[in-house]
Design a binder for this molecule. Sequence first.
Ligand code: ASP
Length: 331
Amino acid sequence: MRRILVLHTGGTIGMEASPAGLVPVPGLVPSLLERYRRPGLDLTVLELAELIDSSAITPRHWNQIIAQLAEHYHHYDGFVLTHGTDTMAYTASVLAFALQGLAKPVVLTGAQLPLLHPRSDGWGNLADALEAACQSDLHEVSIAFNRLLLRGCRARKLSAEQFAGFDSPNCPPLAQFAIQTHWQRQHWRTAQRPFQAQSLNDTLKLACLFLTPGYGAQLAGQAMLTQELDAAVVMSFGNGNAPADPLLLEGVANMHQRGAPVVNISQVLQGAVAVGAYAASQALAGAGALSGRDLTPEAALAKLHYLLSTGLSAQPLLAALDCSLAGEMSD
Ligand code: ASP
């Protein structure tokens, strides 16, 4: 018997049409999920008090989800989180760090079309998510979507049009669901320490600064100089290259001097920051930006948020940023 907890947070999967557009409907997902009951599967379905379009998610919601998972952790064998697709990769990344020592599956899923739509992709996504949540050796946060199981802290939303909404461009899938399920266990992680949930400090000021040719570099520099950020992710070009713009570099150096980490990641979907591959990658590093290698923006922000929430002091925090904590980046 597998005991699975489904936690519904909102999103298209449980929405219906309103005059303003699709809105979440309380009670809908729990009632529709009745069809998944079968011998050997003990299913409990809970909903967050306030169901949201995931574009409205905040650290406060993440803390509610973390608290629910922590409260029920020892009573279930696996967890499915139904969630809007817009920020699913953010939530999956946050949970991958916040649920340290996870030794059970936590599988996020959702849909591009509501379950109430005759062509909804949600039914298959839910079936795959439940299947994954029953795997006792899947010790990580993942996303089940369009017949793929992806590492949560590597996944990105890539389409608002196709059923193939997600992929993990720098990490192979954890499973492919076909007539047979192809579990790629060689890529699965194993828990290294006891489970411990970390809630997030919801007052932190984190920014993701996307460089663009011309004024964009100055704008990023100004934000770092004036916004009292606790940490920043700079999305640079190619292998981590950026213009040696004085304001940009002053901003990075200012953050670095006051112990606020700046992580350099690439705007490009596939590949990694490689400091030194091009001379143009040296300026950001010289000013104090850390290489985020092949981190996604979602994972970079989540990792910073998690590490700053633990209250680690500067040196261990920088050391932790440089290590893969949840399979989020290549060595
Ligand atoms: N706006 C929706 C959400 O993220 C989109 C979806 O679920 O597909 O909640």
